[in-house]
Design a protein around this ligand. Structure first.
Ligand SMILES: NC(=O)c1ccc[n+]([C@@H]2O[C@H](COP(=O)([O-])OP(=O)(O)OC[C@H]3O[C@@H](n4cnc5c(N)ncnc54)[C@H](OP(=O)(O)O)[C@@H]3O)[C@@H](O)[C@H]2O)c1
Length: 273
């Protein structure tokens, strides 16, 4: 099949590579994309269609892997361009946002949620899928590193699972960074680390890893935290954890795409935003 990929970001390129491993041709659009995305697309061996109008004419399926707060806008643009095939939204969005995209796309919509890092080895990364055409879309990834798993339930169920998963991983990373900043501000950092070494031995390394791993992606995580907060609120559960996590990540947006990030610089940014 010819499948469209919007867009080859860090995760998107591995989604495209999985589709190529399954024997499909992957098309993308260079128009408006950064040099980093163009480089990833070339490395992945994807074919540049030039424009959205050309892409929608050429493909039988489209996968959306973009910043979560752009997922609905992107779906609207694709449908406005005249696309009528199967559309997989694989972004970290709330079930309600997924259902809004469903309303835009119609019956050919498949809801997806990715758990794990970009898939460069077997067993690292799952693509959860829900909706009537989920089983069909799962075959797009046969034999690749991305492990497609069906989730029972209507469109929105795969996104709900992703929201629950990321609520813990990214929510607790933000909490740990805020705690480290607080301990530094109160002058009790050494004491806290000493106590953690006795009673919570994983947390020192985890907070260091959160600074390194999360700060460069914080600009994107802020939108994802809002989607998670909305998911809690829609079920009449407290949404404040993830609204606070959004605020933590917003204070770190200046680290976008930086390769070397120290815990100290992250704590400083949290306190002096
Ligand atoms: N990375 C992970 O480990 C991971 C794990 C699980 C789920 N996910 C999900 O995968 C999705 C994409 O993540 P990613 O890591 O690939 O992000 P990324 O590396 O930041 O890539 C985002 C891609 O979207 C493009 N883009 C930027 N602004 C856009 C806009 N306004 N409209 C449409 N596209 C835009 C970017 O192009 P430019 O280069 O031109 O900016 C880039 O190609 C997100 O929904 C994320 O939650 C990622």
């Amino acid at each position: 099949m010819k499948l469209g990929l919007l867009h080859p970001g860090a995760m998107g390129v591995s989604v495209g590579e999985a589709m190529r491993s399954a024997g499909h041709e992957v098309l993308w659009i260079s128009d408006g994309r950064s040099a980093a995305t163009c480089q990833r697309a070339q490395g992945g061996g994807f074919s540049d269609c030039g424009s959205l109008a050309a892409l929608v004419e050429s493909v039988e399926g489209i996968v959306s892997v973009c910043p979560p707060d752009q997922a609905l806008t992107l779906a609207r643009a694709v449908i406005s361009a005249g696309y009528t095939g199967v559309y997989l939204d694989a972004n970290a969005v709330s079930p309600d946002t997924a259902r809004e995209i469903y309303a835009v796309v119609g019956e050919d919509f498949v809801d997806g949620g990715i758990v794990g890092p970009p898939a460069t080895q077997p067993g690292s990364t799952r693509l959860y899928l829900s909706g009537e055409r989920a089983a069909q879309v799962a075959t797009w990834f046969d034999g690749g590193y991305l492990d497609a798993q069906l989730v029972a339930g209507p469109p929105g169920s795969a996104s709900a699972l992703k929201m629950c998963y990321a609520a813990y991983t990214k929510g607790t990373s933000a909490l740990l960074l805020a705690i480290r900043a607080l301990a530094a501000a109160e002058g009790v950092e050494a004491g806290l680390l000493q106590e953690w070494s006795i009673s919570q031995p994983a947390l020192t390394a985890r907070s260091q890893g959160a600074a390194r791993g999360s700060a460069p992606k914080a600009w994107r995580f802020a939108g994802e935290m809002e989607e998670i907060a909305a998911t809690f609120a829609a079920q009449d559960l407290p949404d404040g954890f993830h609204l606070a996590a959004r605020d933590v990540y917003r204070r770190l947006e200046a680290f976008k795409d930086q390769e070397e990030v120290s815990l100290e610089s992250v704590l400083e940014a949290l306190r002096s935003h």
